[in-house]
Design a protein around this ligand. Structure first.
Ligand SMILES: Cc1cc2nc3c(=O)[nH]c(=O)nc-3n(C[C@H](O)[C@H](O)[C@H](O)COP(=O)(O)OP(=O)(O)OC[C@H]3O[C@@H](n4cnc5c(N)ncnc54)[C@H](O)[C@@H]3O)c2cc1C
Length: 467
């Protein structure tokens, strides 16, 4: 098992309690917005946890790699307890693929262990630099949602430690209500110290890949239907074009190759984004030009290739700290899921609003969610279309657009993803997740987050820490 020192590329460095440096905050989310200065402590061993939060008066929160975009992994004044040093592999059964590990292990570390042994993650997001605990706490989804559902579906059990020191064993049959509340529980029910995950067998690192150009939402929907039996599907969409190029994109699909091939460990990324670009660098013109080049890079309507899993699943991980491209102000993601009933009209309306705004989204990802039920009480996916967009933060322009898009999502019966959010209002959150009051009963009284205080805080008593 590689050591965390070797693999923990981007973990923010700890600072001493009370030390508020003039430079960057002790812990940032991937969007680098909002900027808070909560104290940061490292958790090296699960037994440290009750001590780490002893005497915390402003709320505490466990965090992983900070790969959430907004404030679900941030706190204004409290104590963040980072778990990335708690990353030991505890058990692995090569016959069943059941892997048990401490919650601070990253998916990159799991892959380095599992791939040479013929196993892969059952569900993976678009970056492998997230922790096991973070993947459970946001019940993340991947390109195979229509086949495999969310990450939480493949978690068989975990331990949850509450701030009073109580250790709860959680599984579908042991404390099932805490199991359901903690999957997608945004870190608010307690600290996950270890978890068991069922991996899936593979015989090769390679993916049988096809990229197919489409023009318009109906071609995207046709391709989605045709790809029903293909495990991974996702689309890049050009959100800057209008007219005959409106909603053009590339539909990317793939399956694990069934032809046995060497199962080596991945190499390490060699590039780090060197500087923070000035705010004006990413604008409608530069992103529009990029989108044209990207779309036309695929000269033919359809291309097929045998592709390594790294560029297929993690193209962005090739450059570390790529979020610096968005400058000091950072970026905001916006991701909705709109149910099938309104998915087509809702997606067209949102894409039209984005094109009209003139605000450029560099990474726009369109995908159909399937109907495999999520085990988490607060899980985000629902059957329909999901669209993820990111924008450089320009408060005077981008916030107004986000607020409008969030309202449109509400009108079309959809919801936003807390892991990618820093803007939704309390009223919107409570409409998107009407089960929030039931969820709040499982919340640990000592824990809170910037997100929770924003969307519920006032209604749960002082600082939203509940009872
Ligand atoms: C490039 C990129 C691509 C992405 N693609 C996808 C995608 O395809 N699908 C998707 O669903 N998401 C995606 N994400 C979002 C990311 O997968 C999630 O935000 C993930 O939860 C981040 O994990 P983390 O370890 O960084 O946790 P953090 O961001 O640090 O924390 C996330 C949440 O987990 C909680 N938490 C962390 N550790 C624990 C623990 N031990 N116990 C209890 N709670 C804990 C925190 O309190 C917080 O609420 C992407 C992010 C990036 C940057």
């Amino acid at each position: 098992m590689p050591s965390s020192a070797e693999l923990d590329f981007n973990a923010p460095q700890p600072t001493e309690a009370g030390d508020k440096p003039a430079g960057p905050p002790p812990f940032e989310s991937w969007g680098r917005y909002p900027e808070y200065n909560a104290e940061l402590k490292q958790l090296h061993w699960q037994g440290d946890y009750p001590r780490a939060i002893d005497g915390v008066h402003h709320g505490a929160l466990a965090v992983g790699m900070g790969r959430s975009y907004g404030d679900v992994c941030l706190l204004k004044d409290g104590t963040l307890v980072q778990t990335t040093s708690m990353n030991r592999l505890l058990d692995f059964d090569p016959a069943t693929g059941l892997l048990t590990a401490e919650a601070g292990i990253t998916l990159a570390q799991i892959l380095d262990f599992a791939v040479p042994r013929g196993y892969f993650l059952p569900v993976t997001p678009g970056t492998k630099y997230v922790t096991l605990g973070g993947a459970i706490a946001n019940d993340i989804h991947g390109k195979n949602h229509h086949h495999a559902g969310t990450f939480g579906r493949h978690v068989t059990q975990f331990e949850l430690v509450r701030s009073n020191g109580e250790r709860m064993h959680c599984s579908p049959s042991s404390n099932p209500d805490y199991f359901g509340a903690t999957i997608a529980g945004m870190g608010l029910t307690g600290v996950i110290t270890w978890a068991q995950l069922r991996l899936k067998p593979i015989v090769s690192r390679m993916i049988d890949y096809q990229g197919i150009q489409f023009h318009g939402i109906d071609e995207f929907l046709d391709l989605t239907r045709q790809a029903e039996n293909i495990e991974y599907t996702v689309s890049w969409v050009d959100v800057t074009s209008t007219g005959k190029n409106f909603c053009r994109g590339i539909f990317m699909q793939g399956d694990h190759s069934q032809v046995p091939a060497p199962l080596k460990v991945s190499g390490k990324p060699k590039l780090t984004f060197p500087v923070e670009l000035p705010g004006f660098a990413l604008n409608g013109a530069t992103v529009g030009a990029f989108n044209s080049v990207f779309f036309n890079k695929q000269m033919k309507k359809r291309v097929s290739a045998l592709q390594d899993y790294e560029p297929f699943f993690y193209p962005l991980d090739a450059v570390l700290k790529w979020n610096r491209m968005y400058g000091k102000r950072g970026l905001l993601q916006f991701q909705y899921a709109i149910p099938w009933e309104h998915a087509r009209e809702g997606t067209i309306a949102v894409l039209q609003a984005v094109a009209k705004s003139g605000l450029a989204s560099f990474l726009a990802v369109l995908k159909a969610f399937g109907d495999v039920p999520s085990p988490g009480m607060m899980s985000f996916p629902k059957p329909g279309i999901t669209l993820a967009l990111d924008f450089p933060i320009k408060p005077e322009k981008s916030f107004a657009l986000f607020d409008r898009l969030a309202e449109m999502t509400n009108e079309f019966g959809g919801r936003l993803y807390p892991a990618k959010d820093a803007r939704m209002t309390a009223a919107q959150f409570q409409a998107f997740y009407p089960q929030w009051e039931k969820f709040a009963r499982y919340k640990d009284p000592a824990l809170t987050s910037g997100f929770w205080e924003r969307v519920v805080g006032g209604q749960m008593g002082v600082r939203g820490v509940g009872k």
